[in-house]
Design a protein around this ligand. Structure first.
Ligand code: GTP
Ligand code: MG
Length: 201
């Protein structure tokens, strides 16, 4: 069992060479800038601001590591907050650095238990979201989708988006899709169950 109360910030890496190899089980959060990755991690850890929530999206380009104890023989699990993609105002240099960092992260020898792909429930997946999903499929990573900010949709709009997303996300096949809100806490228990399953089988 994951003990989220033990979560602590481990490190932030801004350049590929700092990342190193790792054999710790990792749960990786990906998605476009501003989709709610850091907010969701805070909700998961039940901490106000362990993961920095940016008022200015896309400002920080670092890979952030958080450690959670899985209790007893379970050892530690690392939660990885990857810098968001699709931030238009980034300079060419920053985009290059972002691409290098992610490329390096996924290419180093790691023990990735699950990639959690975040998509804003209010909108269709962006082109970058689809590129990312295809990448995860091609590389055969275990992954599932989390639809964020579900609190921002009223009942009817929400069921409409749910319907549409079934088609928009047809490429992911039968993988789980979990609706969450970092504001109300909806879906967090379901997310925890999915994480548990990914780490311990
Ligand atoms: P980058 O670090 O730039 O990649 O963004 P991020 O994906 O980490 O997003 P972040 O958690 O910083 O959230 C972006 C904005 O969305 C913030 O203003 C959050 O308060 C807001 N937000 C995040 N999750 C939710 C949610 O579930 N509901 C609502 N209403 N707002 C949310
Ligand atoms: Mg963030």
């Amino acid at each position: 069992m994951m003990n989220y109360n033990t979560a602590f910030f481990e490190a932030a890496f801004g350049t590929p060479s700092q990342l190193g190899v790792s054999d710790l089980p990792e749960i990786v959060f990906t998605g476009r800038s501003n989709v709610g990755k850091s907010s969701l991690l805070n909700k998961l850890f039940n901490r106000k601001s362990l993961a920095r929530v940016s008022s200015e999206p896309g400002k920080t380009i670092t890979v952030n590591f958080y450690r959670v104890s899985a209790g007893g023989a379970g050892g530690d699990v690392r939660f990885v907050d990857l810098p968001g993609y699709g931030f238009a105002k980034r300079s060419a240099g920053e985009k290059r650095r972002w691409a290098d960092l992610l490329d390096y992260y996924f290419r180093t020898e790691r023990n990735i238990k699950a990639v959690v792909q975040l998509i804003d429930m209010r909108h269709p997946p962006t082109e970058d979201d689809i590129v990312m999903l295809n990448y995860l499929l091609e590389m055969d990573y275990p992954f599932f989708v989390v639809l964020t900010k579900c609190d921002k949709l009223k009942v009817t709009a929400r069921s409409r988006r749910r319907e549409l997303l079934r088609e928009e996300l047809a490429l992911i096949g039968g993988r789980p899709v979990i609706e969450v809100s970092a504001v109300t806490g909806e879906g967090i228990d379901e997310l925890k169950r999915a994480v548990e399953k990914a780490v311990f089988g």
